[in-house]
Design a protein around this ligand. Structure first.
Ligand code: COA
Length: 179
């Protein structure tokens, strides 16, 4: 392959061991077998921040963990994908539904004379306020901010900021109503 992979699992052997242990062992242990508590042991070292009583359920895929900050009492449910390359912040008491995907890195495509895969990527942060409920199978694109108390309906693709205490849904996500 002519392109470079960018690694995100750290540079020292201990960091590599922690990363492999998390992705290939801990992330697969179901919550009913104390997986949430076991994962916390390494998540406290791998993530930028994880607050009190926050959990990441089994099957979640985490890229660039050092860019991810979770507040207190955050619930990331099964099979969520978090890419922290452009940084992700999730506020206190928020919930991320099953199989949702939070993307903070995306391909550049401005030039037509160069392959998209060779134009590099850009990053932008995702910021989710406190007490937000993200429904199942939601995709959140880079640069999106979701205000406190908002709800994202199932299967939405969130391309723009979401105002506090509003409910949005659809592809792309549009305002449905206030709470
Ligand atoms: C968004 C949501 C919270 C709204 O619930 P609600 O207040 O009971 O809303 P309603 O069923 O009255 O629907 C209101 C309008 O929003 C639309 N709507 C509801 N959910 C929608 C969704 N996910 N995407 C797009 N539109 C949606 C309805 O079609 C309706 O439109 P209309 O007024 O034109 O008929 C709910 O539909 C939803 O998606 N919940 C997420 C469930 C989930 O993911 N559970 C797993 C938890 S991890």
């Amino acid at each position: 392959m002519g392109y470079k992979h960018q690694h995100n699992y750290g540079h020292t052997l201990p960091e590599l061991i922690q990363w492999v242990t998390y992705t290939h062992l801990l992330s697969k242990i179901p919550s009913y077998l104390k997986g949430d508590q076991l994962r916390l042991v390494l998540l406290k070292r791998l993530l930028h921040k994880i607050g009190e009583r926050s959990t990441i359920s089994s099957g979640c895929k985490i890229y660039y963990p050092q860019g991810i900050s979770l507040g207190n009492n955050v619930m990331v449910t099964e099979n969520v994908t978090l890419n922290g390359k452009g940084t992700i912040e999730i506020g206190d008491d928020s919930m991320i539904g099953f199989e949702s995907i939070l993307l903070t890195s995306t391909y550049n495509f401005a030039r037509k004379d160069v392959l998209i895969r060779e134009q590099g990527k850009s990053q932008a942060p995702i910021k989710i306020g406190s007490n937000v409920w993200v429904g199942t199978r939601v995709t959140i694109l880079p640069g999106v901010e979701i205000g406190e108390g908002a709800i994202i309906g199932a299967n939405a693709v969130v391309t723009q900021n979401v105002a506090p205490y509003t409910i949005v849904g659809g592809v792309p996500a549009k305002y449905i109503k206030d709470r």
